[in-house]
Design a protein around this ligand. Structure first.
Ligand code: TEU
Ligand code: CA
Length: 580
């Protein structure tokens, strides 16, 4: 554990710009809104801010459809605003990480407009164009049966009238995939990287980076959704044949010349060997990757996804234990490095997802998750509002309150079906994590002024769940202050809590997830988490433990005075101890 690079101990805070803080009263967050809140983040213990895309974009997918990589979306601000943000971060010893979305661009990107204009255009080959495939009756159709990721009933191939060919767009028709086989495309991507690194950006979160190399034979996918013409096909373009080559080139051409961090988003695949090849600290390509196995704990989506994105399946403590210990082991034993996250802009809120977001248990659940996230091996990523215990949108909200293209594309012509899906949306829609930040109890939660309509409705619970209420010094037991204390604990004991080993204990306990973190010095930390809504017991290993943190006010007193072998835990109760 000797390689202690800055990004390992860093706490990264993800900001979804549209929903963070509106300073020019247009109902959307902006770059200056981030700058305005830096002291709030510094106080929490944040070292790195990761900004979801702020580049110029038609906002079909909230900025994950980029039209100009070197310009800021005007409602968000200007390049000068970003320079100032970087400067203000630097003054506080913090850094900025940008979102790099280069698997695809917007269909409004000048290169795509050129590419689609004629077959002989020099930019034609910058995107993926194919001739129609004719069926037995001679009718033209898409070149293969791959479906679209956001809107699974559609083909991923979009017919273009002008040239009578199809282009490939994995996510939505407005997000055509770049043709990474073309060296000029790659060179232009590395140029974008250098542009931002030269401005002082300290790294990138790389959007669906494992999709950039596709199987060039574009084979039909196996039929897993019977009766549907288009099938999930990500297995044919996740971790494709030239991925390593492209990432290696990206390092040589841009990344290696700077002190920066990289974290790659890698959906649709959980294969440990593939992951390790990407993040191996010696001969890998990226510092870290985001896997999806934990956030998919309750969905049927696996290596070969069905149309189960919105499914809400059952899971229990043993699943959580299996998934988390698996990834801790993969990276620790394999010489990689973990990323730790429970939330992002594509996921429901963690307290709603993994615990119980009722008024009775919301704070306990949020704190339980904080105890887990701050005591695992890896780099910690906190998503805006997670530190407040923000929760999913209310069940009563009408489907039109959901703004995400994924929901809008689901049943475009069927209100009835959409109404029926309401429970699933409330559990799984990406909108759950995208409601505006709740800064205080004023109308619109302080995100924007009362007379302004926010781009997305503020969660109705803002009078109770908000930053102002939780950061007051007298709110000593707030979720925010709990996070703040645990972040400090993690940093002060980084030898064990960030860099240390990981061992499960009490492995067959049906309710309690518990583990030990061990520093090189031999110092041990024990984490005991009741991941159920009922009371549970945990066997104390009699290691002379000193209990240091708990999410119930009297939790530490209770366990210390208990003195018995069995520790009794209340619903969603967690405890942390050290063996000095
Ligand atoms: O997401 C990639 C991705 O595949 C999932 O997280 C996706 O949201 C989920 O599977 C929906 O079915 C990234 C971005 O994080 C997401 O916001 C973008 O929409 C997507 O890429 C396209 O850029
Ligand atoms: Ca604004």
């Amino acid at each position: 554990h000797t390689d202690r690079q800055w990004w390992k101990e860093a706490v990264v805070y993800q900001i979804y710009p549209a929903s963070f803080n509106d300073t020019n009263n247009d109902g959307r967050g902006d770059v200056n809104g981030v700058t305005e809140k830096l002291d709030y983040l510094k106080d929490l213990g944040v070292d790195v801010v990761w900004l979801s895309p702020i580049y110029d974009s038609p906002q079909v997918d909230n900025g994950y459809d980029i039209a100009d990589y070197k310009k800021i979306y005007p409602p968000y601000g200007t390049l000068e605003d970003v320079d100032r943000l970087i400067q203000e971060l630097g003054r506080r010893g913090m850094k900025l990480v940008m979102d790099l979305v280069v698997n695809h661009t917007s269909d409004q990107h000048p290169c795509f407009l050129e590419s689609r204009s004629s077959k002989s255009n020099p930019k034609r080959d910058w995107y993926i164009w194919r001739k129609p495939k004719y069926d037995v009756e001679g009718k033209p159709g898409p070149p293969n049966n791959w479906n679209q990721i956001l809107g699974e009933a559609h083909s991923a191939w979009i017919f273009d009238e002008t040239t009578q060919e199809y282009y490939f767009a994995a996510f939505t028709p407005q997000q055509p995939d770049l043709n990474w086989e073309n060296p000029d495309v790659r060179a232009s991507v590395y140029d974008i990287l250098r542009f931002w690194l030269d401005r002082g950006v300290a790294g990138f979160r790389m959007d669906v980076i494992n999709l950039i190399s596709k199987d060039q034979s574009f084979p039909d996918a196996e039929v897993v959704i019977p009766g549907q013409p288009y099938q999930p096909a990500t297995q044919h373009f996740a971790n494709g044949p030239r991925l390593h080559e492209f990432l290696g080139e990206m390092r040589r051409e841009a990344l290696d010349k700077y002190d920066q961090m990289t974290v790659g988003e890698m959906p649709f695949i959980y294969d440990d060997k593939e992951f390790l090849k990407i993040v191996h600290q010696k001969d890998g390509f990226l510092n870290m990757v985001f896997h999806f196995e934990l956030v998919d704990i309750d969905s049927e989506r696996g290596d070969v996804p069905g149309d189960a994105r919105m499914s809400v399946g059952n899971w229990d403590v043993s699943d959580l234990r299996r998934i988390i210990s698996r990834w801790q082991r993969i990276m620790i034993d394999g010489g990689g490095w973990n990323s730790l996250y429970c939330e992002n802009h594509d996921q429901s809120r963690s307290v709603s997802h993994y615990c119980d977001d009722s008024d009775e248990y919301r704070e306990y659940g949020s704190k339980l998750l904080a105890m887990m996230e701050t005591t695992l091996s890896g780099t910690l990523f906190v998503y805006q509002g997670e530190e407040l215990g923000m929760r999913n949108v209310p069940l009563e909200w009408e489907p039109e309150e959901y703004k995400d293209i994924e929901v809008n594309e689901m049943y475009p012509n069927d209100q009835e079906k959409l109404q029926k899906a309401r429970r699933a949306l409330r559990a799984k829609a990406r909108d759950n994590g995208r409601t505006p930040m709740q800064w205080d109890s004023s109308p619109n939660g302080g995100f924007c002024p009362e007379e302004v309509t926010p781009w997305m409705r503020v969660n109705d619970d803002y009078p109770v769940v908000n930053a102002a209420a939780q950061t007051k010094p007298e709110a000593t037991s707030s979720v925010y202050h709990f996070w703040q204390r645990l972040v400090t604990l993690r940093k002060e004991n980084a030898g064990a809590l960030v860099h240390g080993g990981f061992e499960l204990i009490d492995e067959t306990n049906p309710d309690v997830f518990s583990y030990v973190r061990v520093a090189d010095s031999g110092e041990k930390w024990v984490v005991v988490l009741n991941f159920t809504g009922h009371s549970a017991t945990w066997e104390n290993p009699k290691w002379g433990l000193q209990w240091v943190a708990g999410n119930y006010a009297d939790g530490l007193d209770k366990v210390q005075s208990g003195g018995t072998d069995l520790v009794h835990l209340r619903p969603w109760e967690g405890l942390i101890a050290r063996q000095p």
